[in-house]
Ligand binder design. Structure first.
Ligand SMILES: [Mg+2]
Length: 251
């Protein structure tokens, strides 16, 4: 059995959960006390390292509301999810054909997200993304880049696992530490890099500095959410701009 696991946000779709909440959060986030309390609560959870708590935005909102003594200002996430309607364009344009081609080649598809399955499953279904299995913190009891994240598909019957994702600090470090083939999907790849043949990008002399600065900015934005931080930089086996290039490097 061959598995392809795909990160969701920034890989298959344009951050649907964040976009769903954004209009309901914008005014709240202009209030420094709320913005800072949300950030502090998130960071507290990253430090605690409990994979079930870090990305539980409903529970983060509850905790901040209690801490600041606010009325019910935060959106009702369950209701937003059940009422969500997505426009075309939320799923990247190469995804449906790309996933169909991967399946035609015999791959099983896992959606592998650090967002909680209790939120993401509803969105992935509404977005019409076909998959065989979801990997998420409330399923694996681990977060990328912890190698245990992929345990549900690491079995004696799985021959090879390829993981595809946009975040070096979660997807690529994770795939490296779990011994998977690591594919970095660099969706806003600059033209100069697109001109380099996909199979040659990992040997490009400019790669080390790109990886270093991206890891730095990812860690500033998301923090490091694994249990132990790798000592070496993330090392993609392939670098692709989209699923079309993914199919080229896999075949
Ligand atoms: Mg992502």
């Amino acid at each position: 059995m061959r598995w392809l696991s795909f990160d969701l946000d920034g890989t298959l779709a344009d951050w649907p959960f964040r976009q769903l909440l954004r209009p309901h959060m914008q005014a709240l986030l202009t209030q420094p006390s709320i913005r800072q309390a949300l950030r502090a609560e998130y960071q507290r959870r990253v430090e605690l390292g409990d994979p079930l708590l870090i990305y539980d935005w409903g529970d983060i909102h509850r905790a901040v509301q209690e801490k600041l003594g606010l009325p019910a200002v935060f959106p009702n996430i369950s209701r937003l999810l059940s009422e969500a309607v997505f426009e075309n364009g939320m799923v990247y344009s190469d995804v449906q054909a790309g996933l169909a081609a991967c399946r035609a080649q015999g791959y099983r598809i896992a959606v592998a997200t650090n967002g909680l399955a209790k939120y993401q499953r509803i969105l992935v279904d509404k977005l019409g993304i076909p998959y065989d299995l979801m990997l998420a913190p409330d399923i694996s009891l681990a977060l990328k880049p912890d190698p245990a994240f992929w345990n549900p598909i690491q079995s004696s019957t799985s021959r090879a696992i390829v993981h595809v994702g946009d975040l070096l600090s979660q997807d690529i470090w994770g795939a490296n530490s779990a011994g998977l083939t690591a594919v970095w999907i660099w969706r806003n790849m600059p033209e100069a890099w697109r001109a380099v043949p996909a199979l040659e990008r990992t040997r490009h002399p400019g790669l080390a500095s790109v990886v270093e600065s991206r890891v730095q900015s990812e860690l500033e934005e998301h923090g490091f959410v694994g249990r132990t931080r790798p000592q070496t930089p993330p090392q993609p086996d392939y670098i692709v701009a989209d699923l079309k290039e993914l199919l080229e490097v896999l075949t």
